[in-house]
Design a protein around this ligand. Structure first.
Ligand code: G3P
Ligand code: CA
Length: 248
């Protein structure tokens, strides 16, 4: 990727709308987001569904375990009213539905929240959609999963997610990050906002041809610093607000 830093709606426009619903994604685009970040899991009957948590309790009106539930059962839940009455009736979408509403030219960052068992269905959904591969980024915290994505879907870009500064005893060590990116053949890094990302590290990542994405940035000051560093995208829960704040 190159050019201006993109603004990506994290779980859509999720400060305002119920995260990971079509309403949240549509709002992000209406607010001028360049793309959306989304979370995916597999239902018991093998549908790829858009949900962050293992269970539905936080973001729907009943508590189901996604991996133990059919798509039909998940689909019946109200995934909107927890965020306010105006969102009542929003449903947990499938990957196909999310890809189906992506406006032309916009990007979709697909975070995989489960293991490699999702890959056959992911391949089917991506290849069956009209979204060009260059508009898709696949994200995962597991370097092994990134490796498996690159093996199965070589035409798609995959970026490794890390919040390494806070991971147990793992010290902030850009060398280790670069080594992991190399070993899993990632196309780039998606780094937590507070992770160590300075000009020197950005230069090293660029030298190795990596994309750089940062999450989740909801304040103007760090966002400006990241734009100055020239990162490819900033994921934010407030895409409309951030676009305006950066324009000031
Ligand atoms: O994809 C970046 C970011 O969303 C990863 O953390 O917990 O918000 O899915 P989480
Ligand atoms: Ca995510």
């Amino acid at each position: 990727m190159s050019g201006a830093t993109l603004i990506v709606g994290h779980r859509g426009s999720s400060q305002e709308a119920p995260e990971n619903t079509l309403a949240s994604f549509r709002l992000a685009f209406a607010e001028g987001a360049d793309g959306i970040e989304t979370d995916f899991r597999l239902s018991k009957d093998g549908e790829i569904v858009c949900l962050h948590d293992e269970r539905t309790a936080r973001t729907a009106d009943a508590d189901l375990v996604v991996a133990d539930s059919s798509f039909g059962a998940l689909r019946r839940l109200d995934a909107g009213s927890w965020k306010g009455e105006r969102w009542r009736g929003e449903r947990i979408p499938s990957l196909a539905e999310v890809l189906g509403i992506l406006p032309e030219g916009k990007r979709c960052f697909l975070e995989l929240k489960c293991g490699p068992e999702i890959l056959p269905r992911l391949e089917e959904s991506l290849l069956g959609s009209a979204v060009p591969a260059e508009k898709v980024r696949i994200l995962a915290f597991s370097a092994e999963l990134i490796s498996a994505v690159k093996e199965r879907l070589p035409g798609y870009r995959a970026c490794w997610l890390t919040d390494y500064r806070f991971r147990g005893s793992w010290q902030p060590n850009p060398r280790q990050v670069l080594e992991t990116l190399r070993s899993c053949r990632a196309d780039g890094l998606a780094s937590r906002e507070r992770s160590v990302l300075d000009r020197e590290f950005v230069t090293e990542l660029r030298r190795e041809g990596h994309e750089i994405h940062v999450w989740t940035v909801d304040r103007a000051r760090p966002a400006r610093r990241l734009v100055e560093l020239g990162v490819d995208s900033i994921m934010t829960n407030r895409p409309g607000w951030l676009r305006q704040a950066l324009a000031r």
